[in-house]
Write a protein that binds this ligand. Structure first.
Ligand code: ADP
Length: 649
């Protein structure tokens, strides 16, 4: 895959550290040169020594201020002469410098005392004197002392701000943007470009309707003239809607791959930063780059991160709204036949701003939902083709056992099975590896090191057999595939796997009630055998309550409310949350109805198990002995120990 990360910013940006270092060295060098030019040693002498120097005609010039007198000696003087005038026994240290300095510009100084005759004395000896010490300013020192420190401070300040912004994963704008040569450029790596994705529609299985809708776009990208001639306009954008892992990104890549055009991929959340304006500038930059490389596909993942409905309430987010406005403007800004197609993906279409969905923007909505039985089988085949398979592999069976799985889950199952085959030292993946992988993906790996005490093992065994038996004793329930009490890493201490014989799209009231009763079978078995229930039933209770709530509030399956809807589903493609649409009072009544329904099913489960105690005890004993029993073995044991088997089973 030929993936190039967009790195415009880092290519253009000069290294500020180097610039700073150069300036710093320059300042240092200038000051150094200046200090050599003006190198002046200062030596303090007493006032009478000063007068001695004056008397000895050694002084050339004197500068006076209110507190001190600076004395420049005549240059022709020798070191010993000066020492002699000063009456020093040894040559003072400062005079050494006087001697060595090429300009001999050692300055002596002394404190100013109140001496009214000093001026006439200096005049008598023809010494030049001045009141103020003149500043030795030059163009160099002016630069060194004013301009360069100012520039340095300026740079350090902006460098500091920039560093903070970068650390926040942000870009900068405005003055700083101008300074750093990147006004409004995207943060590096905010989007990735693939010249050719290498993925085609063949790699996407089980999404035939979605592929059909996208094929036209591929054709347009390949032959834009055909459309232009007749005056047909292609939709500028299409919104891929579906649960996570259903292949939305894969489909978008396949469109680019089929058409052989570049693929710009970015994620909605990467646009939006803390700083207002950054996201908008990134959108602008992305579209500018894309326009230079037409035809191409822009793919925005998680569109809901920027495309949420705008509001003016307190909680509104300026940055997100500006980013969205910019996206809307950009989508309007390019020609329908300009060669850019914007694909976006979301799993929360209901939160998107209406403006995004109007014609001319994301006017096509393509549902990429969880695959059905045939879809799952073909996805398994696509991924199965990449591994070595034994001839016993039956993908239909795996597809039946993976109802509700997404394409990503199925890809994961095939990979887990291949890993398992390697671990077992096999050359090929066998059916058992795939079945084990299904369990690994949904329940976690086996956790053999978790040792349960004998009492807990018995509870788990009865609990699981309770589920299986209640399920098998009802005519509308799904057949049991496997029962196990080997703990799994995702927390299950045991589980019962039921696999439907065929894919079902509609479920009747009776079937849902049977499902509810089976879910409560585990707790019922604990009550029947041990007279109490344990925390192990928590997940069953949660699922049972959710199902009962849907039956009462959404499916119109309660006697009390009949066909009245009391709730709606939100986040259909995520958790499918049930949100009440009724009054609080009706809600409380619905709760009561749900409680009754659950209680009825619980009692029914207890009754079924009480009527089949011998089957419950015997199968639980076998499960404790073997840890895992298959569906067939379970049915054999059940037939042996039960008289009351529904004729349909
Ligand atoms: P989404 O964008 O919908 O969250 P992706 O497209 O990223 O999901 O899918 C993740 C992975 O799952 C893909 O790389 C692919 O391996 C697998 N996958 C998902 N759907 C399909 C499909 N329909 N056919 C083949 N593989 C799929």
């Amino acid at each position: 895959m030929n993936e190039q990360k967009n790195n415009l910013q880092s290519r253009k940006r000069p290294s500020w550290i180097v610039v700073l270092l150069v300036l710093f060295l320059l300042t240092f060098a200038l000051n150094f040169v200046q200090s050599i030019r003006n190198s002046t040693s200062q030596l303090q002498i007493s006032y009478d020594q000063f007068l001695d120097l004056v008397e000895a005609e050694a002084v050339e010039m004197v500068y006076m201020d209110d507190t001190q007198i600076q004395i420049s000696l005549k240059k022709e003087l020798g070191i010993d002469e000066v020492a002699k005038i000063l009456g020093a026994e040894e040559v003072p240290e400062g005079i050494q410098d006087f001697q060595n300095s090429p300009q001999k510009n050692v300055t002596f100084y002394t404190g100013r005392i109140d001496d009214p005759d000093i001026v006439s004395v200096l005049r008598d000896h023809d010494i030049t004197f001045a009141q103020e010490i003149p500043e030795q300013t030059s163009i160099f020192s002016a630069i060194a002392s004013w301009i360069i420190p100012f520039i340095l401070m300026y740079l350090v300040y902006f460098l500091f701000i920039r560093m903070i912004m970068n650390r926040m994963g942000s870009d900068t704008n405005g003055i700083l943007g101008g300074m750093t040569g990147g006004i409004g450029k995207s943060k590096a790596k905010v989007y990735s470009v693939e010249k050719s994705t290498g993925i085609t529609f063949k790699d996407v299985a089980g999404q035939d309707e979605a592929k059909e809708s996208l094929e036209e776009m591929v054709d347009y990208l390949k032959n834009p003239e055909k459309y232009r001639k007749i005056g047909a306009k292609q939709p500028k954008g299409a919104l891929l809607v579906g649960s996570p892992g259903t292949g939305k990104t894969l489909l978008a890549k396949a469109v680019a791959g089929e058409a052989g055009v570049p693929f710009y991929h970015l994620t909605g959340s990467e646009f939006v930063e803390m700083f207002v304006g950054v996201g908008a500038s990134r959108v602008r930059d992305l579209f500018q780059t894309a326009k230079k490389n037409t035809p191409c596909i822009i793919f925005i993942d998680e569109l809901d991160a920027i495309g949420k409905k705008r509001d003016t309430g307190l909680g509104s987010n300026d940055e997100r709204e500006q980013t969205l406005n910019q996206l809307l403007a950009e989508m309007d800004g390019f020609e329908a036949n300009g060669g850019i197609i914007v694909l976006a993906a979301t799993n929360r279409p209901e939160v998107l701003d209406q403006a995004l969905l109007r014609p001319g923007r994301f006017d096509r909505r393509i549902v990429v939902d969880k695959p059905d039985l045939m879809g799952r089988e073909s996805i398994l085949k696509v991924h199965g083709a990449k591994v070595s398979l034994s001839s016993d592999v039956d993908f239909h069976e795996i597809a039946l056992a993976t109802s509700g799985a997404s394409g990503a889950d199925l890809a994961n199952i095939v990979n887990e099975a291949a890993l398992l085959a390697v671990r077992m030292g096999r050359q090929f993946v066998i059916q058992a590896d795939l079945m084990e992988a299904v369990e690994t993906v949904f329940a976690g790996k086996e956790k053999k090191d978790r040792i349960l005490n004998p009492k807990e093992r018995r509870i788990v065994a009865y609990h699981e057999v309770g589920h299986a038996l209640v399920s098998a004793l009802q005519k509308n329930a799904q057949p049991v595939q496997k029962i196990t009490i080997v703990p799994r890493t995702m927390g299950a201490l045991g589980y019962t796997m039921s696999v439907p014989e065929e894919e079902r799209y509609l479920l009747t009231n009776d079937e849902l009630t049977a499902q509810l009763t089976s879910l409560l079978g585990g707790k019922a078995a604990e009550i029947v055998q041990f007279g109490t229930s344990t925390t192990g039933a928590a997940n069953d209770i949660e699922r049972a309550t959710e199902l009962a709530r849907k039956m009462v509030t959404q499916y119109g399956m309660s006697r009390r409310f009949g066909s009245m809807g009391l709730a709606s589903t939100q986040n259909q493609y995520l958790d499918g949350r049930n949100v009440p649409t009724c009054s609080d009072q009706t809600g409380a009544e619905a709760d009561e109805e749900i409680r009754k329904l659950i209680e009825e099913c619980q009692n029914r489960a207890i009754q079924l198990l009480n009527e089949n105690r011998s089957a419950l005890d015997n199968i639980a004993a076998r499960l404790l002995e073997k840890e895992t029993i298959s569906g067939e073995e379970f049915m054999e044991l059940m037939v042996c120990h039960t008289d009351d088997i529904p004729s349909e089973i």
